[in-house]
Design a protein. Structure first.
Lengths: 293, 251
């Protein structure tokens, strides 16, 4: 492919940066947290839970920080004039950027995953291969969504400070997503939301799982078979355990009997794919129109 | 492309930034095989014009054709056959000179040894040095090596003499000569007027976004009140008398 030298160059940029390896290290350090709740929830599969814990918090911000400068940085230094002078369409330039950064971030995060798997193997013994592979795929999908979003931010902004603000706002919004969603829900419907005893509202639960990290948790909880929720696996388990009250939104706890079809965990795959495709399409739309400098 | 077709053809090209008209109804034809010097004071619109030829920028109105193609529609075909030395560029600080050139050879899919090209521009001793340690003259030489990849049919050089010492200036002139001998068309912008005189077949003078004069140096002398032995500088100053030195060329 015409853009493979560019992708290779981007990949190299990511993997020779300290950031990629700091991300991998932090995912391992943050993710590895043996708890009784975690062990009770999934037994030896707690190793896969470590991956969920580390990736859910750190991969989105890490991948954004490793990609939001990808095009903007070249605009700032002026190296974009060489890039645009190559026999590549602007769409190919974007593809090369996203593909290269994704493979770079993906390599670092797979390395972190394998280290966590190795630690878990030594500490707790073997774990389920299928949930592990499923989690690995979901992790790479989350990485690609965040890289696509980062490159998109890099494309649509003209100043580093604007792009950095965009990243910061994204992180804040997703961090407080459940508070934002429940406040909006109450404002619109007038129904107060008690997270200890959430209303059985399909739209409310759907909104909660629309962020990339929310969708990631729903998918990985599904693979771990703990319950249908955007919370971390051990919290979902605790919520569903009899006699325990936890402020967490878990589908099985709110809906007695059947929940709406659109809350099926497999649909979080679609949510993640949308987060890959929409930023790419938006970036392409902006970058292929008008001036590129 | 037939050799009778112009290498560059711009018709009624206008580029506006808000209220500012950087390029104003520009008609420009550069013939195949010629060396064309594109002159103008700072802010005249030279780099903007070059940006329009390469589809870095899109014209507000008018049409551009490069090597017989619309650069917007056929960017790959155009850039495959064009070598570009941009103005006010930046390099990748942590990459060696060789890696810079290899990036271009790989993308253009040509089998050329970066070291040979770097030797040609006088960077034979710095092939594996990081560009971050380069002086401005070395950066300029590296950018020229990148432009020369794949024996392009058309070389677009924006201020190729910028930052160069006299040896570098001479080397660029020799390379331009070698390239035209090979059959390439060379289009370059400059405000280093003495060099233009030594290199160019034809000269176009851009002033406030418009081509105010075009022709051989003799023809330009005849169009002005300059004497027969007038230098390019004399002719240039007379043609661009107003607002000379106005800084701040739009991108």
């Amino acid at each position: 492919m015409r853009w493979s030298p560019l992708a290779h160059s981007e990949y190299r940029t990511v993997l020779t940066s300290k950031g990629a390896w700091i991300l991998a290290l932090l995912v391992v350090l943050w993710g590895f947290r043996p708890t009784y709740a975690g062990w009770d929830a999934v037994g030896r599969n707690i190793t896969i839970g470590y991956i969920q814990i580390g990736v859910d918090l750190l991969l989105p911000i890490g991948a954004l920080l490793l990609s939001y400068q990808s095009l903007l940085g070249e605009r700032t230094t002026g190296s974009i004039k060489f890039l645009l002078g190559l026999p590549l369409t602007r769409t190919q330039i974007l593809f090369g950027k996203i593909a290269g950064r994704f493979v770079g971030v993906g390599t670092a995060i797979v390395a972190a995953t394998l280290v966590l798997a190795g630690i878990g193997l030594l500490e707790h013994g073997t774990f389920g291969l299928l949930p592990f592979l499923g989690t690995l795929v979901a992790t790479l999908l989350l990485a690609s969504a965040m890289v696509a979003l980062g490159v998109c931010v890099s494309t649509v902004t003209r100043r580093t400070v604007t792009a950095a603000t965009g990243v910061f706002v994204y992180v804040l919004v997703t961090l407080f997503w459940s508070q934002i969603v429940t406040s909006l829900y109450t404002a619109v419907t007038g129904i107060p939301v008690d997270p200890y005893d959430a209303p059985a509202s399909g739209p409310l639960f759907l909104a909660l799982r629309l962020t990339p990290d929310g969708a990631y948790n729903v998918l990985t909880n599904w693979f771990l078979n703990v319950g249908n929720s955007t919370e971390l696996f051990h919290i979902v388990y605790t919520k569903l355990a009899p006699g325990v009250s936890v402020n967490a939104f878990v589908v099985e706890a709110a809906f007695d009997g059947g929940s709406p079809w659109y809350l099926h965990p497999s649909l979080s795959l679609v949510v993640l794919l949308i987060w890959v495709v929409v930023p790419m399409a938006l970036a392409r739309r902006v970058f292929t129109r008008g001036d590129a400098l | 492309m037939s050799t009778s077709e112009p290498a560059i053809e711009a018709s009624a090209v206008t580029k506006e930034y808000g209220d500012v008209r950087a390029v104003d109804s520009l008609d420009l034809t550069v013939k195949h095989g010629e060396t064309y010097g594109f002159l103008g004071p700072n802010g005249a619109g030279k780099s903007t014009t070059i940006g329009l030829l390469l589809d870095y920028l899109r014209p507000t109105s008018g049409t551009v054709r490069v090597l017989g193609h619309d650069p917007r529609r056929d960017i790959v075909k155009v850039h495959d056959r064009v070598g570009v030395l941009p103005d006010r560029f930046g390099l990748y600080d942590d990459r060696s000179a060789r890696q810079h050139v290899a990036f271009v050879t790989e993308t253009k899919r040509v089998d050329e040894d970066p070291a040979v090209l770097l030797e040609r521009v006088g960077l034979g001793d710095a092939v594996d040095d990081d560009a971050g340690d380069f002086s401005s003259g070395m950066e300029q030489r590296l950018a020229l090596a990148m432009a020369l990849v794949g024996d392009p049919e058309l070389l677009i050089l924006d201020e190729p003499f910028g930052g160069l010492d006299p040896h570098g200036v001479r080397r660029v002139r020799e390379i331009v000569h070698e390239e035209t001998q090979r059959g390439a068309t060379v289009f370059f912008s400059s405000h280093v007027l003495g060099q233009v005189e030594l290199v160019c077949d034809r000269i176009g003078v851009l002033h406030e976004g418009q081509l105010v004069a075009e022709g051989t140096l003799d023809e330009l002398r005849n169009r002005t009140t300059s004497p027969d032995d007038a230098t390019v500088e004399d002719v240039f100053v007379e043609l661009t008398d107003t607002r000379v030195g106005d800084e701040g060329e739009p991108r």
